[in-house]
Write a protein that binds this ligand. Sequence first.
Ligand code: ZDR
Length: 279
Amino acid sequence: MKFTKWQGCGNDFVLIDCRESEPADYAKLAIKVCDRHYGVGADGILVVLPSALPDADFRMRIFNTDGSEAEMCGNGIRCFARYLYDEGITKKTEFGVETGAGVLVPRIILEDGKVTGVRVDMGEPILEGDKIPVTGYGMNRVINEPITVQGKEYHMTCVSMGNPHCVVFVEDAENFPIYEVGTHFEHHEAFPRKTNTEFVEVKDRSHVRMRVWERGAAVTLACGTGSCATAVAGVLNDKTDRKVEVELDGGKLLVEWTPNNHVFMTGPAELVFTGELAD
Ligand code: ZDR
């Protein structure tokens, strides 16, 4: 099985083009391929499929390192889009991609004929508690609400970008004990579908430092949907403006929540290598 290995801000993926034939078990494949010792090593696998929807050209599925399927992946969709464009599978620089978060539209950014990044219309954030989902708030928004994790109280703002996120503003992101605390947010009873958690330090109104504990993948170097959730949470808490630069462990993303309620994310997508999996 042929694959390509990609990274966006150090969030890395094995991309498998399954338009012609599909593996028997995606979850098993993801666990095996993502293993950094016995496999290729990645934070998740991206699967290219055809879409039956009229407004989508392709369908993307994403599986985490633990085999669970995520609805969406922000860094992944930039890699996915660039793969299709670089391989000449599409000539379009803007096209619809069916995801678990609806049909999203990436746009390839070209400078002097060279791809320099990808901008994605990530759609509208979901803010109703039950829809994120986070329990106890009905259809209300969950902004700066207390949550107790391992006996300590934090304040969370919850946002779904198709996948669930819990944003926690902290004084010092660099020294935050993310490895000790992250898993306890992921598995907290407040999150029926578990959660991704972002620990965010506001540098100024247009600049934040974010670290992430990903559902099903633990600490990663970056998170695209998490950066979008962070930008939305920053506005809802009046901590940031609608356009922010998100500084991640593995790079930077630019996120804008526009007045038409769509979130746009811009960042890099780089091919690392191509290969073939042994059976
Ligand atoms: C965070 C993520 N890597 C991205 O860039 O958006 C998405 C991966 C999926 C995530 N671990 C989830 O929602 O289960």
